[in-house]
Ligand binder design. Sequence first.
Ligand SMILES: Cc1cc2nc3c(=O)[nH]c(=O)nc-3n(C[C@H](O)[C@H](O)[C@H](O)COP(=O)(O)O)c2cc1C
Length: 374
Amino acid sequence: MSVQELAEIAKKKVPKSVFDYVEGSALHEISSARSNEAYRRVEFQPSLLKNVADIDTTTKIFGKEVALPIIFAPTGYTRMMHYSGESAVARVAAAKNMIYCLSTMGTTSPEELARDVPESRRWFQVYVMRNREDTVRFVTQAKENGYEALVLTLDTKIPGIRLRDLRNGLTVPPRISFSTFLNMARKPRWWMNLLTTPPLEFAAFRGWTKSLADAAALIFDPTIGAQDVTWLRSIWDGPIVVKGVQTVEDAVEIAGLGVEAIVISNHGGRQLDRGPVPLEVLEDIVNAVDGKADVYIDGGILSGQDVYAALALGAKGVMIGRAYLYGIMAGGENGVDRVVELMRRDLVNTMGLTGVRTIDEIRNSKTRLRPLNS
Ligand SMILES: Cc1cc2nc3c(=O)[nH]c(=O)nc-3n(C[C@H](O)[C@H](O)[C@H](O)COP(=O)(O)O)c2cc1C
């Protein structure tokens, strides 16, 4: 009935360490809790005298129509959640006329995904890596395999500290404890699927001679600055979406670098704990950016009502991460399909009950964030 219920099912299907990897966030997990809480503070003001026959959830992203203002966010290691992995999510995206963003840390390579789901509208998430030639290699892969936009993630200059993963030994390289191992042993079906499908790997790095740990260290470059965004702009003709923006100052500076869009995101609370809450800074950022770049948002979006709230407060669209990962852990491709349909159901219902018929009308609807403690 809800994404939360799918999360409950997911918990039973996969080892605890895998579920924790998805649900967990950095340090004391304050940012992710605050994001969830912020969406609960949203209040819609219904307009009763509006005709709400024929509700339409379509909108345009980079000039092309999508069925819903929801994009599948890049997530690493998806085949660990369910053996069907990235391609299953992209298939749902394609069937429903939505966009799928593949992560650099994906367990399916950019080529494989393009081959498996050629009809998908796909973006590729990149990092500016320590050796710029490595980034060029990924950009070339994206170009050659029909990826429409690059999503540059900037909030990972250094890795976040995720206590659940450290406790469970889900690190690179893995340091699996005995209790984690015992817990994993209790999920035979997950194991069977894991062992009878190609080994888990960071597929985009295939052919690298470096170890996984060395490769991971090369991804994070603590020196990245505006010059690197400008550099990426010079080697990629298509749209660039910068992900990880959290302040008005950064939003304005980054929009000024000639990128097409930004995503207000704190990586689902998985990097800096206690940073700004995306929903709370959304309106200020949209006003300050003033149309120079499209503004998307993510973090804590688990229902169609959350999508409505983000749009009403100024976002052009949203990205979802955990929502679809709960779906895939619970039921593979069908689970992802279910997540989209649940979100569509709640979005359409809320549009009807508040008196709006289109996505543009959501943007003009009266919606507010109730003050804290009210
Ligand atoms: C398991 C997991 C893996 C992720 N991996 C990546 C990644 O490889 N690259 C990236 O830019 N963001 C990554 N993210 C962040 C998501 O793209 C997105 O910003 C976040 O999940 C949004 O919050 P939500 O999960 O509450 O929807 C990951 C998130 C999760 C939950």
